[in-house]
Design a protein around this ligand. Sequence first.
Ligand code: G6P
Length: 580
Amino acid sequence: MCGIVGYTGFKSAAPILTDGLRKLEYRGYDSYGIVIPERTGFFIHKACGRISGYIPSPEVSSGTCGIGHTRWATHGDPSDENAHPHTDCTNSIAIVHNGIIENYSELKRGLEKRGHVFRSETDSEIIAHMLEEAYNGSLFSAMKQVIPYLTGSFAILAVHAGDGEIVAARFKSPLALGIGDGELFAGSDITPMIGFTNRFIFLDDGDIAVITPETYVIYADGIKVSRDIQQLDLSPDQVRKGGFPHFMLKEIYEGPDVFADAIRSLTSETLPEPIKDAGSFTVVGCGSSYHAGLIFKYLMEEAVAVPVRVEIGSEFKYARTPLSEVIIGISQSGETADTLAALEKGRCHNHSTVAITNVLNSSITRMAENTCFMHAGPEISVAATKSFIAQTGILMQIINIRSNERYDEVLGRISHLMQIVSLEPLTEAVNLCKDSLHIFFVGRGVMYPVMMEGALKMKEISYIHAEAYAAGELKHGPFALLGPETPVIAVCLPGRTYHVMISNIKEMKARKTPVIAIGEENDTELSDIVDIMIPVPGAHLWQHVLQVTVLLQLFAYHTAAALGRDIDKPRNLAKSVTVE
Ligand code: G6P
């Protein structure tokens, strides 16, 4: 969690850092801070809350070097004191840190005994004090001495008063450099640098880099190393809202194109070798990525009869049963700690590993032997939407390639069908649900994980308690909660589950529960028994999966908008969860 950014060059650093932090806020937004070295000491501005309204005035500091941080609190409350940057006792070294220093208590006790006074409750502050003890005229040498004492994960940027140099260190937390003309950047990802440069270096674990306006030097184990420069042509437009009120809405509308790109990106030639003939799969992911894995399970087992086990990343470490041949880790960001740990476990047991991710050079691409890229473009809103669509596209394409009955035509029409969504009944559904305390999302078969994803979207951005249930399980408990105050949204489409869903809906109606149904257009048997009917055109089951997904994304979005929620940055959440 947390985002860090650094700049050293010829322009005023403060606006570049604050603008960069705004772009990194998806990684956490409990507090923010920047530090700019002055001739003696530092200019520091840090505060609890979001950076949104902070615009540094030019007279604040015209320094051309600095580092910044946006925080997702782990050690210590969100507060001004706990906000980064942190400085040493002499106020001549300042650091920002993303990650967790697991052995910080022990290190802190030692530092306190030696007279260091701490101003925050964070694990990160120890780094500034340790650098102070090790400093002997070179910040790089100090960093080199300190790093071996730290356990956990970190991306650190450090500056010294009076200097235009930044020292950067990476271990298990992402850190990239941007190489400009007379200016250099550092960041948790490249979004703050887009528009300034298209040349990037992704540091490896153990790297320490020394960055000045003109040069950079990277060391691994104390020896100078060279790392490839990657040219990535991303435009600033890709990280702008483009006329939409929220990134989430923009990203939902990008879904159809993203789906088409995802399926095009994977062919029988580019499908990773281990997937081609594996007799079983284990899929691991968190949040929406986990739900995409569950959809894969239902469709793969049905179409190809290959067993798929799906695990939540954080639970996988407790699994004792034998693993399947191939482990697929799904992660939009490629940085989710639990998913990375699961793949690591798979590798240790000599299983083939495949990553499905949206981020080039993310940690998961280094962990897994093979990678399928989602090509969804940057996703800014915390709630996953287009990335979930892309994951589902990649996973459906895997099944298509593995299946004897090719689904090319079915897949080819999905983007078009996703765009035919009736907004009018959706507005009625929003009005029915927006003041509820609880909403149930129910479905059967593959529609169950689709509803799990719908409920997740609803709870994370509207703050309404939304719970997904396999419709058959309702009678085993949740029925006690149903009644006029608790709406249910149910998917009831033609196919194997239709008649039993109709019976389930009648049982709910007998308890005076308001029911919103997603059903096939012109289905009067269904529309006659429910309160609101959201129709979708007749289609293949795979196509319905995507249509219902988009409807539920829009349902959550418009409910949250009606409630005036902070849609792109819901409270207490972060997009990239890099701690266990
Ligand atoms: C966070 C995000 C979710 C995402 C999950 C897994 O909780 O808010 O949208 O689904 O992490 O993230 P990943 O990057 O691994 O897909």
